[in-house]
Structures are given as structure tokens and as C-alpha cells.
Ligand binder design. Structure first.
Ligand code: AKG
Length: 270
């Protein structure tokens, strides 16, 4: 299964509509990929909290729609990264009544949204996400059928990476591969690299991590997007600063055989 990870880099002053058009064109250029992955909050920017409410949109809004069209052009699954989702008119607004979530969207090969995942662990302690948006409550998995076989993907976002129980629950729900878009700062990028490998090793699952590069709202992002095998080997890794298209071939059959020959998960004591 061929994975293309799009580590986007952008300055704060790039107009959002231009960035959306640029990202959609980049996705449309990835023919040959089975799965293309974009980072967290690449349109409204990860740390640009002040602009989130204005930038919020429904899953059917302009950002995901542009990426859906690109997915249809190349006939690949596309993880559109995340948006600030605004609740539809009359829909549930969450327990705090804010009606906003950090929502990632997986698009199918026909260019249609398949599943969306609302980030469960909000980052920022008493400010940032806990102050502005609702927490997601649902585990989300999706089956991907590729030329090299079927795989069940589990979705998580950025800060979720610090919470192994979410990944274990996804694994118990059948996930064999995790997709993790992020806007993870350079200051803690070693955690990002190590935790991605840890989540792969402990769950015997492939981990695809797509981070952002550049500086957003004064916070330098860490890059180092990576694709990790089910044995914990880093198959491909981007550098810290630049916009990068990372291409990796992940062997689904080898991952399945490894889980069978070394069945650690069967020894869990719940
Ligand atoms: O956990 C971290 O260090 C970074 C998390 C983060 O930036 C986020 O979830 O947006």
C-alpha cells in the first residue's frame, strides 16, 4: 500500500482560500498513491486560535469539498487532515454548547467523505482547545480496500498521541493502521517521533503521522512526519522545516504475518 504524506508548510499571511487551492492541487498531483494524508488544521492553522470561530465550517464546507474533488481525480483515499467543524443548523452543539470541534475527515476513492473523527483529547490545558471547542467522544475506524489488500484504519489527532488507551481501544476495535494528522510544535518534536513508534510497537500497527512545518501564530512547528511499520521501524521520515511529500510503501501482509507470529496482543489482561 503506497502512502503519500503531505507535510505542508505555510506562513500565517497566506490567504486561506489560496492555501486550500494549493493543498487540493498538491493532492491531485499524487496519482499512484493508495492513501494521501494532510495535517491537522492546515487551513485555519493549528495555533491561530483567534481565527478559529470565523474559519469554522461544516464537513461539507469548502475545505473538505476541495479535497474531495482532488481525491476523486486520483481515485485514492485521502485523509483531509482536520478542520474546525461548525455544527449544522439545529444539530447537537455538544455538552458545552459551543458547536465547534477539531474534526478530521477520511475521503473515499470516489471523492466522498467516509468517516469523520472529532478529536477526543483537547490540547492547551485551560486555554486553546479546551476553552474553545468540544471534545469528541467516539472511536472511529474505517476499512480501506487497496490493491495490496484490506486494512482497518483508526483515526486520532495530534495530542491524542499522548494517550495510549485511545490507540489500544482502536486496536481492540480492529484498527491495524493509525492515521495521525498534527500541528505538533518543534519544542516537543522528540515526543512526537518516539510516541509514534511506541504506539506502533505496543499495538503492532502501522502508524502514519503527518505534521505541519513552518511557524504559525508564533509557534514553530516540528515537521518530522513519519511512517512507522508494525514492528516500529521508521519507513520514511520528513525533515523539520520544509514542505515535503513523503512516500512510503507499507507492507500490509508483512504486518499481518508479524502479528500472527508474535501475538502479543492476545496476552492483554483487561
Ligand atoms: O502534545 C503536544 O506536545 C502537542 C499537541 C498539540 O499541539 C495539539 O494537539 O494541537
Amino acid at each position: 500500500m503506497r502512502v503519500h504524506v503531505l507535510q505542508l508548510a505555510y506562513p500565517d499571511d497566506e490567504p486561506v482560500a489560496e492555501r486550500v487551492a494549493r493543498a487540493a492541487a498538491l493532492v491531485a498531483a499524487q496519482s499512484g498513491a493508495d492513501l494521501v494524508v494532510l495535517p491537522e488544521l492546515w487551513a485555519p492553522t493549528g495555533f491561530g486560535y483567534q481565527g478559529w470561530s470565523e474559519a469554522a465550517e461544516p464537513v461539507e464546507g469548502p475545505t473538505v469539498t476541495a479535497i474531495c474533488r482532488a481525491a476523486q481525480e486520483i481515485g485514492a483515499y485521502v485523509h483531509a487532515g482536520s478542520i474546525i467543524e461548525r455544527a449544522a443548523e439545529g444539530a447537537d452543539r455538544g455538552p458545552q454548547g459551543r458547536g465547534l470541534w477539531n474534526t478530521s475527515v477520511l475521503i473515499d476513492r470516489d471523492g466522498l467523505p467516509m468517516v469523520s473523527y472529532r478529536k477526543v483529547h483537547r490540547f492547551g490545558f485551560s486555554a486553546g482547545e479546551p476553552d474553545l471547542i468540544e471534545a469528541g467522544t467516539e472511536l472511529v475506524t474505517a476499512g480501506l480496500q487497496t490493491g495490496s489488500g484490506h486494512v482497518t484504519a483508526g483515526l486520532a489527532t495530534c495530542y491524542d498521541l499522548r494517550f495510549p488507551e485511545l490507540f489500544r481501544n482502536l486496536s481492540a476495535a480492529g484498527a491495524e493502521l493509525f492515521v495521525v494528522p498534527a500541528a505538533w510544535p518543534a519544542a516537543r518534536v522528540e515526543h512526537w517521533r518516539v510516541l509514534g513508534r511506541a504506539r506502533a510497537i505496543e499495538n503492532q500497527a502501522i502508524v502514519i503521522q503527518c505534521n505541519t512545518a513552518g511557524t504559525h501564530a508564533g509557534v514553530r512547528m516540528g515537521g518530522h512526519s513519519q511512517v512507522v511499520s508494525a514492528t516500529g521501524e521508521v519507513l520514511a521520515e520528513a525533515g523539520p522545516d520544509d514542505e515535503t511529500v513523503l512516500v512510503a510503501d507499507v507492507d500490509l501482509e508483512a504486518a499481518a504475518q508479524y502479528r500472527q507470529k508474535f501475538p502479543v496482543l492476545a496476552d492483554r489482561r483487561l
